[in-house]
Design a binder for this molecule. Structure first.
Ligand SMILES: NC(=O)c1ccc[n+]([C@@H]2O[C@H](COP(=O)([O-])OP(=O)(O)OC[C@H]3O[C@@H](n4cnc5c(N)ncnc54)[C@H](O)[C@@H]3O)[C@@H](O)[C@H]2O)c1
Length: 378
């Protein structure tokens, strides 16, 4: 049984929409049948034609699409929301209200209040909601989470995590359309870099360690002249239970592309994971023994290994990570249709995790605005 899905965003010249379509296509478990790919209807029609969609399922706006698809006998099973951050809330809400499951890219919304409303709606309507924190889908990231949970590095004491990029090092250069909306408060919300990259870091560390942030101390800097939103951030973190962490996110770090790098230190060892080399993790035990765990080998924990598509040495990467999130999401949706769904089947970042990302961003904003003081996560 193939599911049908629709997309909002992902029009001509955009980035992530096409990447979602390609990732979903990897397993062929769902088919794109409807869309509002742009605010311009002409562009939606052009993209729809290119993708071979029927004209009656190409909509003028997301509201029309949500209502029409909600009423059709053969309406979409889920919608993929891949527009700039400021519109996520209204778009997701429109589809949830029509009883349609949602996949939305991160950050989930631009405020905690919006995010919590989406959590409430999804629960009330009993709908599944994937937030596509892509890196969580890597087999090695899943493996790291499994071996930390089973105690391989002991109790986690401290975390160093960074996500530096260099593409917005200079105002007006290189950022193009994507850079323009990210640094515009009207389209991005109150945070740029921390919303864009900090939410990835927060979610990735939470997914890998299971740690919950208790309080933060943030320094959110605007480095490039003429910008109003942050482009370089440091966050000190204290987790419940006393472990500590340090996060750095940047868009002005020349020489870095998508350098999400995480080091987790426990009382029995440590783990290092680097997203630009996602086929391995490094584990160092207390006695100094250093091992690399490579995807495709029997060292990889069974649950994580079940997501691999290729034998070792044929590299898997970003598309596969995204496809793994959709793999679990679509499996759960199919089970829901068949009446066999159980909560324990969920192996993807949820709307609750999306809301935690917004709580993190808002706590950092309160901390930075208050003069870099410790602030409790609420
Ligand atoms: N998971 C990841 O690693 C990752 C990576 C990049 C971007 N993102 C997220 O994906 C989202 C989109 O980012 P992008 O870089 O693709 O942006 P983009 O500017 O390249 O594309 C946005 C698209 O949305 C369309 N759009 C805007 N408003 C619309 C509306 N109301 N109705 C229909 N279409 C509309 C635009 O025409 C465009 O086609 C952002 O929230 C971003 O944070 C996530």
């Amino acid at each position: 049984m193939k599911l049908n899905y629709g997309m909002v965003g992902g029009g001509p010249g955009s980035f992530i929409g096409a990447a979602h379509r390609r990732s979903i296509n990897l397993d062929g478990e769902a088919k794109l049948v409807a869309g509002t790919f742009s605010r311009s209807h002409e562009k939606t029609l052009a993209t729809g034609r290119e993708l071979g969609l029927k004209a009656d399922r190409l909509y003028k706006d997301y509201r029309e699409m949500a209502v029409a698809e909600g009423q059709r006998e053969d309406g979409i099973d889920f919608v993929v929301v891949v527009t700039p951050n400021v519109s996520h809330y209204e778009i997701c809400k429109a589809f949830l209200q029509q009883g349609i499951h949602v996949s939305c890219d991160k950050p989930l919304a631009v405020s905690t209040a919006q995010a919590e409303e989406l959590v409430r709606l999804a629960r009330e309507k009993d709908l599944l909601f994937l937030v596509t924190y892509t890196y969580r889908g890597h087999v090695t990231a899943k493996h790291a989470a499994e071996i930390i949970a089973r105690g391989d590095i002991g109790r986690v004491r401290t975390v160093m995590a960074e996500y530096p990029q260099g593409w917005l090092a200079h105002e007006g250069e290189d950022g193009g359309k994507q850079g323009a909306w990210r640094s515009d408060p009207l389209q991005s919300g109150d945070a740029n870099c921390l919303g864009d990259l900090g939410t990835h870091v927060e979610n990735f560390v939470a997914g890998m360690t299971g740690l919950k942030i208790k309080r933060v101390l943030a320094k959110m800097d605007v480095v490039v002249p003429g910008r109003v939103l942050d482009d370089n951030d440091f966050v000190m973190v204290e987790y419940e239970g006393g472990a500590t962490g340090m996060y750095w996110t940047s868009q002005i770090a020349i020489g870095h592309d998508n350098s999400l790098r995480v080091r987790i230190y426990g009382d029995g060892g440590s783990i290092q994971w680097f997203q630009e080399e996602p086929e391995k993790i490094t584990v160092i035990k207390k006695d100094g023994a250093l091992t690399e765990h490579h995807r495709g080998y029997p060292t990889i924990a069974p649950e994580a290994a079940s997501y691999a598509r290729l034998p070792s040495g044929h590299p898997e990467g970003w598309f596969e990570a995204m496809a793994n999130l959709y793999g679990s999401f679509i499996k759960c949706l199919k089970a829901k249709k068949q009446g066999s769904f159980r909560e324990e089947m969920i192996d993807f970042p949820t709307v609750e995790e999306g809301a935690e990302g917004l709580r993190f961003v808002e706590a950092c904003l309160r901390s930075a605005r208050g003069g870099n003081v410790w602030v409790e996560m609420k």
